[in-house]
Design a protein around this ligand. Structure first.
Ligand code: ADP
Ligand code: ZN
Ligand code: ZN
Length: 677
């Protein structure tokens, strides 16, 4: 007669339950059950991988109704309880079932229990963790401020969040590298995690890390890995073989048994917030994780988030400030505003900008033109009757893509031929309104027919490897003028780039999104950072950033002129405090989707009625979303606020289960700490 005990298991299902299974004791291939082990269990008509979160003698459910664990995935060491606690915290805070957080962070090939693949991958691991070897590589002598920063980070014992604040080129990366080196030397097993917003936009960081630590196993984690790469890297990390992990937001959920330091580069970047499923902020989870493990976390940025800045002011985070650019003689580029009301634009260009580009061409220097709008023109219109190219499935315009001869909706992907005549009145003289990167490219070719112009945006880099190829051409000096979207604003170090032109940034000033200004400022600083990173050009001129605007007196631009983020942030924080917005207030959004927005709104009103203790929070009126319809689905939202994070969380714990039980047929989801409202 086989003895059984009971294991409590979570599965990757939307059901927020823990499931009990019988587990044979002392049976062959069934090691002593432990929390953190992965097992295969019957679930419905399938078999699923599950994570053991508890082991007990008996179940509250009648034992005869319980099913048996099918097998144990014993090839990998059990997951540690601190990792399960991280998942449990994320699940609780962002309101998702634990199983939906924990299981998807484990590679598919493990969950599918592919014995052969697993055995092979585990066997390939038999190598000692790479130890830090003295490299002959030259590393720069740290400047005073850098040295202080490194020393503050590495001498920390216990939890401490640092905000590393310094403009592009001030030497933040060098600080990460030297702090990591010191940490790795502190213990033979310690692991460090470096997070970046998007790995393919910052290939240089990976190159720097690999060349600085040649003997160390470095594993990357991001969404573009193949399943076998993911398995290999994850196992290296989980078994402690990889000492350095370089990854995007999802890396925060990796199982790192010896984690000793976390670096979050560009911590303000919106891509740290996941926009679907578990809507987590990897930056916030990084701070939680560091606190849990009692380790330092470094949040680096030229334009720290208002959240982090406020924590510095309140004394919870420590600010490490880098005052200048690290490379000798490199100065910040001069920022100049071009008043577009006095210097009328032609084809999107002011005469000053055209002249500045011309001077660069004469000296064989490169220029970068930044415009955050791809396509040819955002819309085509009929001046006779007012017809506009709108998407039939979305509350959005169809964008004119001249090179493909079509209209494309950037929200649902719908494509339509360009009408020859106005669909409403038959007018043959349709006009294009506004400018996207393609149209700027065309206009520029008119001004500089001999220049080598390259456009870099989502349309020009669809093919795998095409972005890398494009950047390579720029680096090699095969390009005179680059036109690009935010894709090129990050991380690339263009030595010969002495001019950055920002074509049309004003739209962000009037956005309904209260974070648009903050985001524009950081984009301006980032794109300005592309200019003259190699120092003063050999011709002795200082690099310039020219911003074309109709509102040169706007405080945002005035602060940008002097690179004075601190001042600008103080103003923003004051506004936020007065309005009760983050980081002074806390928010939760409930989204609902339906064929008709009225049904979505009805659901949200019912949801309001189900709020326990409605007086404890601020409940706003449900409203259709700014972009109400996407792909024929209509969307509405409900904003709930509170001055207390705890009170809001307490309310959600009671409210969400009620919502889950409401049988309405409406799709909904919740977002805690939304990036925009
Ligand atoms: P950030 O990460 O702030 O943009 P980096 O660390 O990449 O800045 O530094 C910018 C450039 O300056 C890099 O080429 C780097 O090698 C160099 N650098 C950094 N620190 C020093 C230093 N102390 N002395 C000389 N060069 C340095
Ligand atoms: Zn018309
Ligand atoms: Zn559409």
């Amino acid at each position: 007669m086989i003895q059984h005990c009971i294991v409590q298991v979570v599965l990757d299902t939307p059901l927020d339950f823990y499931f009990d299974y019988r587990y044979p004791v002392e049976a062959e291939n069934f090691p002593v059950p432990k929390i953190g082990m992965l097992v295969v269990v019957p679930f419905g008509r399938r078999e699923e991988a599950g994570l053991i979160v508890d082991v007990k003698e008996e179940s509250e459910i009648d034992e005869n109704k319980l099913k048996d664990v099918v097998s144990v995935i014993s090839e990998i060491p059990p997951l540690r309880t601190d990792w399960i606690d991280l998942c449990r915290f994320a699940a609780g805070y962002y309101q998702r079932p634990l199983g939906e957080v924990a299981l998807p962070s484990i590679p598919k090939n493990i969950r599918a229990n592919k014995k052969l693949a697993l055995k092979r991958a585990v066997k390939a691991l038999v190598q000692v963790p790479g130890n830090i070897v003295a490299t002959n590589m030259e590393k720069p002598v740290l400047l005073k401020a850098q040295e202080q920063a490194v020393s503050a980070i590495v001498k920390t014992r216990g939890f401490k969040p640092f905000v590393l604040y310094g403009v592009t080129g001030s030497g933040k990366t060098e600080i990460y590298l030297q702090a990591i080196e010191e940490k790795l030397k502190q213990s033979d097993a310690m692991q460090v995690l470096i997070m970046v917003p998007e790995i393919n936009l910052t290939p240089q960081l990976e190159v720097s890390v690999r060349s600085r630590f040649p003997g160390v196993t470095i594993a990357t984690l991001h969404s573009r890995l193949t399943e076998s790469e993911r398995l290999k890297n994850w196992l290296q990390i989980h078994t402690g073989v990889a000492r350095i992990v370089l990854g995007t937001r999802l890396a925060i959920l990796a199982s790192m048994p010896q984690l000793g330091l976390i670096v979050v580069d560009e911590e303000h970047d919106p891509s740290y917030k996941q926009q679907e499923g578990l809507r987590y902020s990897a930056r916030d989870l990084a701070v939680w994780r560091a606190n849990q493990l009692g380790i330092p976390v470094v949040l680096g940025s030229a334009t720290p988030s208002l959240e982090s800045w406020q924590h510095v002011l309140s004394g919870r985070y420590v600010k490490l400030e880098l005052p200048e650019r690290a490379v000798k003689d490199a100065v910040l580029p001069a920022i100049r505003l071009i008043d577009a009301t006095r210097e009328p634009l032609q084809n999107g260009f002011s005469p000053s900008l055209i002249n500045a580009i011309k001077r660069r061409l004469e000296k064989s220097e490169q220029s970068l033109l930044f415009l955050n709008r791809r396509g040819y023109a955002p819309v085509i219109t009929c001046e006779a009757c007012g017809w506009i190219s709108v998407c039939e499935r979305c509350t959005a315009y169809m964008v004119y893509h001249k090179s493909h001869h079509l209209l494309r909706c950037h929200h649902c992907g719908l494509e339509r031929p360009i009408p020859r005549v106005c669909p409403d009145c038959g007018n043959i003289d349709l006009q294009t309104l506004g400018r996207g990167t393609q149209r700027i490219e065309e206009g520029l070719a008119g001004y500089f027919p001999d220049a080598r112009i390259l456009r870099i945006d989502a349309d020009s880099t669809r093919k795998k490897g095409s972005l890398e190829a494009a950047l390579e051409m720029v680096h090699k000096g095969e390009i005179d003028i680059v036109i690009g979207t935010q894709m090129i604003s990050k991380g690339h170090d263009f030595q010969n780039m002495t001019l950055v032109g920002v074509l049309n940034p004003d739209t962000a000033l009037f956005s309904h999104d209260y974070r648009a200004g903050e985001r524009l400022f950081s984009q301006l600083m980032q794109v300005a950072g592309r200019a003259g990173r190699g120092g003063v050009s050999e011709h002795g001129n200082r690099s310039e950033v020219l911003i074309q605007t109709r509102y040169p007196m706007h405080p945002l631009y005035q602060a940008a002129l002097t690179h004075d983020y601190g001042n600008y942030v103080s103003d923003l924080l004051m506004e936020r405090q007065n309005a009760g917005l983050p980081p002074f207030g806390f928010q939760v959004l409930l989204f609902a989707e339906a064929r008709k927005v009225e049904n979505a709104l009805d659901f949200l009103r019912q949801a309001i009625d189900a709020i326990p203790e409605p007086e404890a929070v601020i409940i706003n009126e449900p409203i259709p979303m700014a972009m109400m319809r996407i792909a024929n689905v209509e969307r509405a939202q409900l904003l709930i606020e509170s001055t207390s994070r705890g009170r809001l969380q307490g309310m959600l714990k009671e409210w969400i289960p009620v919502l889950r039980n409401m049988k309405t047929g409406i799709r909904w989801h919740i977002e805690v700490d939304p990036m925009s409202i």
